[in-house]
Design a protein around this ligand. Structure first.
Ligand code: G3H
Ligand code: 13P
Ligand code: ZN
Length: 328
């Protein structure tokens, strides 16, 4: 636990990511959502309290730059006070080595992700090992990435053609040698709105093979947005120009991935689509309006509804009471 609980009598609020994974593994997946602003933060907490689901707040390097580090921390601490029932962890998303150290030393984070997946295997192991040593010394856990996700990760572009699925045997060696606590695996997903064409989807056989090599190791699925077609259609009807072939992960497949060890599911793009739809429709329908609180309030409500739906699909809805008992 990195932060004092705001309401100790309510049970733990900010918990370690390791604690969440221990309870979740094989039973449900913890949704991990990126935040950048206040409306998103309020919707995130409101939705999870309503769904009675734990969650992970992810902070990217881009978010740290956009909102500012003190602002992000301030928003999370404020939300913690406003929603004392919430149980969540705070995680650095796609960190480089230096940012991992900053987050580890800040005392604010529950866990960090070191993303050295662009480096050759031995270098990835060495970098991850260094981060693990610093993190474990302070009680944080570490997510690492092996294999390459197609698409764009922060400022790293990976040619779609070189998108490789994680090799199960290599994954076991990587975890053994690096000491990481969870592993982001390439199992067919990629970041952004354009993940799949045709009938492509998750590679369940590969997830199962990885689990066989790494029983009990929480697997992390990046690029897990579902890019609902209805959302894309509404955005385009309100003036957007998204490619209508945009396609993501079928969210009914989360339940199949959970028993195979997928314990953390990263979602960002879908939240951005909620923002885009709300803003576009509101401005289209209220051309004379200029009070940003009206679309802002709508965004909080819509974001919370989006979170409730995701929590059900991830099987994390309704688990808070059990979790509180397990963590007590
Ligand atoms: O995988 C990256 C996340 O979607 C965060 O995106 O770097 O634009 O904040 P960002
Ligand atoms: P999406 O682009 O599918 O939302 O993935 C987000 C992610 O993996 C953040 O690390
Ligand atoms: Zn990611």
């Amino acid at each position: 636990m990195k932060l004092p609980a705001a309401e100790p009598e309510e049970g733990p609020v900010i918990v370690t990511t390791a604690d969440l994974f221990r309870v979740a593994y094989g039973r449900f997946a913890v949704g991990a959502y990126n935040i950048n602003n206040m409306e998103q933060t309020l919707g995130l907490f409101r939705g999870h309290v309503e769904a009675e689901a734990p969650f992970i707040i992810q902070i990217s390097k881009g978010a740290r730059k956009y909102a500012g580090i003190p602002m992000l921390e301030g928003m999370i601490r404020a939300a913690e006070t406003m929603f004392p029932e919430a149980i969540f962890a705070v995680h650095l998303d796609h960190g480089d080595e230096q940012t991992c150290y900053e987050c580890i030393d800040s005392g604010f984070y529950s866990s960090v992700m070191i993303d050295a997946s662009h480096a050759p295997f031995d270098e990835n192991v060495a970098i991850t090992r260094r981060v693990v040593e610093r993190a474990h010394a302070k009680g944080l856990s570490v997510e690492a990435e092996m294999g390459m996700l197609g698409g764009v990760e922060e400022d790293i572009k990976v040619d779609e053609k070189h998108a490789l699925l994680t090799d199960p045997e290599e994954a076991r060696l990587f975890v053994e040698q690096s000491g990481c606590d969870s592993l982001a695996v390439a199992i067919g997903t990629s970041h952004g709105a354009y993940k799949f064409s045709g009938n492509q989807g998750l590679h369940f056989d590969r997830i199962a093979a990885i689990q066989q090599q790494l029983p009990g190791c929480p697997l992390v699925m990046h690029g897990s947005s579902s890019v609902p077609q209805e959302e894309v259609a509404r955005i385009n009807a309100a003036g957007g120009k998204l490619d209508p072939s945009a396609k993501g992960v079928n969210e009914d497949e989360f339940a199949r991935a959970v028993p195979l060890g997928v314990t953390k599911v990263n979602i960002d793009t879908d939240g951005r689509l909620v923002w885009t739809r709300v803003q576009r429709e509101y401005l289209r329908d209220h051309p004379a309006d200029f009070d940003f609180r009206k679309p802002g309030a709508l965004l909080i409500t819509e974001y919370a509804a989006f979170i409730v739906n995701k929590s059900r699909k991830l099987l994390s809805a309704g688990t808070l009471a059990d979790l509180r008992g397990a963590l007590a």
